[in-house]
Each structure stands twice: as structure tokens, then as C-alpha cells.
Design a protein around this ligand. Structure first.
Ligand code: NAP
Length: 254
């Protein structure tokens, strides 16, 4: 039974056209939130499919576009959302990119792209809504980081560094806004079977190593991640802030 914790509340999920973001949008809509599903304009068809699915299940979902790495695009998206919905209660910074390179094979532009979407994107979308969270005296910010941001990982140092920065941003901002009714937490997925996660799963040797170090002996599905997001978004998590929760089937134990 999915708890109805989102009645009369508005949530925004970035990067919702597929994978973990789509699953989060579907879950929050199932909890009763009025969901705004964001992605790049190029993902119009995928988002239309998400909206149709949510609506056919009786939920509320609308599309809202921006490139999270572009300040002007983010600002316009925030203004549009607040005009349409009047308020935002829950922000899920999920949009992300990843690529696989040895450190000395990372082009500077690729390093910048990783930080532009994963780190600066999280900052920009958060910044665009902070004033209204403060004005409401409430807000839930949930950043989708990664266990890679804690452990580091070979062949993805740029990705892991960008996610480590998201975890640190989460902690610093949590301290900054803690007395204003706003909580800021991160969810750190392990290896999840999505278009992005499959980069890990295709090479049998990499997959074998992942399964070996995962206590549950399996990779995750997007549905495995959504419960943690729903919890952080809820009133039950009112006294929890600055945390980075591993959702990894048992890879990190501290
Ligand atoms: P995914 O399947 O690649 O989906 C990422 C989504 O973000 C896509 O919809 C993508 O749109 C969107 N996006 C990319 N750049 C964007 C931008 N500039 N503005 C707006 N949207 C943008 O990845 P996923 O596996 O679901 O990952 C979701 C989040 O979980 C990411 O932050 C990722 O780093 C994190 N994570 C994933 C795993 C895993 O194993 N899958 C593990 C740890 C953490 P396009 O389709 O247009 O690219």
C-alpha cells in the first residue's frame, strides 16, 4: 500500500524522462503529489508517455522543461512552475550524466560537462527555489548523488568527483537552511539497472565485481530507489537533514 503523503503538495523531479527520475515521478504521483516532470525539451515524447501513465493511474503529472545546467533555462522553468502551481514543496534533483574514461583520458570539456549537469545543475535548480521554500517556511530538497561520490571509482573519477560535490553541497546547505523548515538530504544509489547503470553491467567482468561486492548479490532497479525519496520527502523525515543514504543492496556499511 503506497502511503498518501503528497496530498495538496507539489513536487518537481528533474531528469524524469527515464530511469530513476521517471520511477521517482511515478512514485510521488502515486503518493498523491502534484508532480512536475522535468527534462530537456528533446525528451518531450518520453515525458508525454510518463504523464499518460501517471494520469491513467489516477495521479497528477505535468511536464516542465529546462536544461538544468543552464541558469537562464532553470530560472524560466522555476518561474513557470511557481506561476502554474503557486508553490513547490519537494524538489528532487535527479538529472545526471555519466561517462566512462580513465582519468588521463578525460577531456577537460567532459570533466566540465559532468560538473555542469550533476553539480552545477543541482545547485542552480535548488537556488531557483530557495527563496520560495524560505517564504513558505518549509521545503524538502532531495539530491540524487551516488555511492561513487563516497567511494570513488576507477574509470569514472570525473563522475564520482561531481557526485562527491553533491554530497558536500547537501551537507552545507542543510546547515544553512535547517532553522527555516527546509531539509536537504541525498540518496546515494549503488548500481541501478537503467540506461546509465547499464554501462557497468555490459562488461561481464565489471558485473561480476559489482555482484561480488554487493551483499544482496544483485543490482538494483529504479523501483528500489523511490522509497528512500518518498521518505525524505515526507513529514516522517522532518528531523533528518544533511544525510546521504546509501540505497545499494549492501555495498557501503558505514
Ligand atoms: P539516466 O537513465 O541516464 O537518466 C538521466 C536523466 O537525466 C535523463 O532523463 C536525462 O535526459 C536527464 N538529463 C541529463 N542531462 C540533463 C539536463 N542537462 N537537464 C535536464 N535533464 C537532464 O540515468 P539514471 O540511471 O536514471 O540516473 C538518475 C540519477 O541517478 C543521476 O543523477 C545518476 O547520476 C544517479 N545515479 C544512477 C546510478 C545508476 O546506476 N543508474 C547510480 C548512482 C547514481 P536525456 O535522456 O536527454 O539524457
Amino acid at each position: 500500500m503506497i502511503p498518501q503523503r503528497g496530498t495538496n503538495k507539489v513536487a518537481l523531479v528533474t531528469g524524469a524522462s527515464r530511469g530513476i527520475g521517471r520511477a521517482i515521478a511515478e512514485r510521488l504521483a502515486a503518493e498523491g503529489y502534484q508532480v512536475f516532470a522535468n527534462d530537456l525539451k528533446a525528451r518531450e515524447a518520453e515525458l508525454a508517455d510518463l504523464v499518460a501513465t501517471v494520469q491513467s493511474n489516477g495521479g497528477q503529472c505535468a511536464t516542465i522543461y529546462c536544461d538544468v545546467s543552464d541558469p537562464a533555462s532553470v530560472q524560466a522553468m522555476a518561474e513557470e512552475l511557481l506561476k502554474k502551481a503557486g508553490r513547490l514543496d519537494v524538489l528532487v534533483n535527479n538529472a545526471g550524466v555519466r561517462s566512462v574514461h580513465l582519468a588521463d583520458g578525460i577531456e577537460p570539456d567532459e570533466w566540465d560537462r559532468m560538473f555542469a549537469v550533476n553539480t552545477k545543475g543541482t545547485f542552480l535548480v535548488t537556488k531557483a527555489f530557495l527563496a520560495q521554500f524560505r517564504a513558505n517556511g518549509s521545503g524538502r530538497i532531495i539530491n540524487i548523488a551516488s555511492i561513487g561520490g563516497k567511494l570513488g571509482g576507477p574509470n569514472e573519477t570525473h563522475y564520482c568527483a561531481s557526485k562527491g560535490a553533491v554530497i558536500n553541497f547537501t551537507q552545507g546547505l542543510a546547515r544553512e537552511v535547517a532553522t527555516q523548515g527546509i531539509t536537504v538530504n541525498a540518496v546515494c544509489p549503488g548500481v541501478i539497472d537503467t540506461d546509465m547503470g547499464r554501462a557497468h553491467l555490459q562488461d561481464p567482468e565489471t558485473l561480476r565485481k559489482v555482484l561480488e561486492k554487493t551483499a544482496m548479490g544483485r543490482v538494483g532497479n529504479p523501483a528500489d530507489v523511490v522509497g528512500a525519496v518518498g521518505f525524505f520527502a515526507s513529514d516522517d523525515a522532518a528531523f533528518i537533514t544533511g544525510q546521504s543514504l546509501n540505497v545499494d543492496g549492501g555495498i557501503i556499511f558505514d
